[in-house]
Design a protein around this ligand. Structure first.
Ligand code: MLT
Ligand code: ZN
Length: 462
């Protein structure tokens, strides 16, 4: 009985709570957990696992539920394990610059804590005010500063995890050097809660960067974006290199009542961020891009608040287009493949679905493109998603041709599960299943996520 493990306030079974905690930001999946629980200690996590084994109950770990691939959706009577009450900073080592925290710590609170220490936690994205660090670890979250600082994986110095037998593993303990074989920490990062329940995290901080300057440029031809990137990379270190289309800009401007950044609209825009001391190098790169005709105009922030205002144009897009229930894609290829890949996907969508509005944006400096196709007002969500489902194999085939990823940073979850073989080979998927069996022998964690349903055909495909 759950009540033997947890107090009254730590269990909820009312419909509102089940609907609230049983889903993330992904649309289109049934939400039907049987309970939501709010553990407070590692011991309670272990007891929950033992209970799940004995009662044959499935557990769905749940963080800030900002995911976009259905990784935190509970559709089938599972017990949702919310980390909302495991949200504390437990320790800080000034010498190591390591924060030890619980998985439910809100990402923005970690960023604020770092700032209070005169330090910096660099992984950042629009949903950092709601997302939890445990969820970021589970999807190896990326965001807007990957070009300079890498992914969540690069900042996790250690973690504790409760496996599917209830055992507690203490992985890496904040060590910089540790050559003792397989690093289970890195297996847990990006595992989407399928191998264990994260229990504690050691997060590395770094030095605070200089004040940041943001520049937004108008770019008529999307194919020139990479030339612009190269030009800036030659002269300075960028903290971000993002792009968005005019369709995306219009949506975010309408949604937030924002002024246009430039006097004339362009088909695309590049947003770059860099250290204040790189201002003249950035101006020189900008002038070279103007000279080459890749850029037609630009605006540079003169203060932190102007920089934040320009960031809104990019970071507000996802929220602005949410009412259109978009068919979302989170694709990546090598940077050098981006121009041709983007043109191929664009042509495919334009030729096959000429009536659909296409909204491009993303972290182009990382080779990560967010293709969002907006639902026409007159079309039902069901019909629209039906078209989306038909498009997926075609778009993912263009990804696979370039050995790219069908999910660069949002994870696989339920949404991409059946398409995993566009990015991972049958041998890799079989090894993943083997690992799942080792860490979760009773199959209690996050059922049906990440791995395609094993229909016994995998062997035949070999
Ligand atoms: C973003 O880059 O804005 C996020 O990944 C969210 C999204 O893709 O909509
Ligand atoms: Zn993104």
């Amino acid at each position: 009985m759950l009540a033997e493990i947890l107090g009254n306030k730590q269990i909820r079974t009312d419909q509102d709570s089940l609907q609230h905690w049983g889903k993330d930001w992904t649309n289109g999946f049934t939400v039907a957990p049987s309970a939501v629980v709010f553990p407070e200690t590692i011991e309670q996590l272990q007891e929950l696992v033992r209970y799940a084994i004995s009662a044959d109950v499935k557990l769905v770990p749940s963080g800030g539920r900002t995911g976009l691939s259905g990784g935190a959706v509970a559709s089938n009577g599972e017990v949702v394990v919310s980390f909302d009450r495991m949200n504390k900073i437990l320790d800080f080592s000034e010498q190591d610059r390591i924060v030890t925290c619980q998985p439910g710590l809100i990402t923005a609170n970690l960023q604020d804590f770092a700032e209070q220490q005169g330090l910096f936690y660099p992984v950042d994205f629009a949903s950092s005010g709601s997302s939890q660090i445990g969820g970021n670890v589970s999807t190896n979250a990326g965001g807007i500063k990957v070009i300079r600082y890498g992914l969540t994986r690069d900042w996790i110095a250690g973690l504790k995890v409760v496996t599917g037998t209830g055992a507690l593993l203490d992985c890496n303990a904040g060590l910089i050097k540790n050559a003792t074989g397989y690093d289970f920490r890195h297996l847990m990062i990006g595992a989407e809660g399928t191998l264990g329940l994260l229990a504690e995290l050691d997060v590395q901080l770094t030095v605070m960067p200089e004040p940041q300057v943001v520049m937004v440029m108008g770019v008529p031809n999307v194919g020139d974006l990479l030339k612009i990137l190269q030009s800036f990379n030659a002269g300075l270190t960028l903290s971000a290199f993002e792009f968005f289309s005019d369709v995306a800009l219009q949506k975010v401007r309408d949604h937030r009542s924002l002024p246009a950044p430039l006097s004339q609209p362009e088909a695309f825009y590049a947003l770059v961020e860099f250290d204040e001391s790189a201002n003249s190098a950035a101006e020189a790169a900008f002038a070279a891009c103007m000279e080459a005709g890749w850029v037609t105009d630009g605006v540079v922030s003169q203060s932190a608040s102007q920089a934040a205002a320009l960031w809104q144009l990019r970071e507000g897009i996802s929220e602005a287009i949410a009412p259109y229930t978009p068919y979302k894609n989170d694709l990546s290829v090598r940077i050098s493949d981006v121009p041709e890949f983007l043109a191929d996907v664009d042509n495919y969508v334009a030729n096959s679905f000429p009536d659909f509005e296409v909204c491009w944006y993303g972290h182009i400096g990382d080779g990560n493109l967010h293709l969002n196709i907006l639902r026409p007002e007159h079309m039902s969500v069901e019909e629209f998603f039906h078209h989306g489902h038909a498009m997926s194999p075609k778009i993912f085939a263009l990804v696979a041709e370039r050995r790219g990823s069908i999910s660069a940073e949002h994870g696989v979850g339920l949404l991409k599960r059946d398409f995993l073989d566009f990015s991972r080979s049958p041998e890799e998927i079989a090894l993943m299943r083997g690992l799942k069996g080792l860490f979760d022998p009773h199959e209690i964690f996050n059922p049906n996520k990440l791995l395609p349903v094993d229909d016994g055909l995998a062997a035949d495909k070999n």
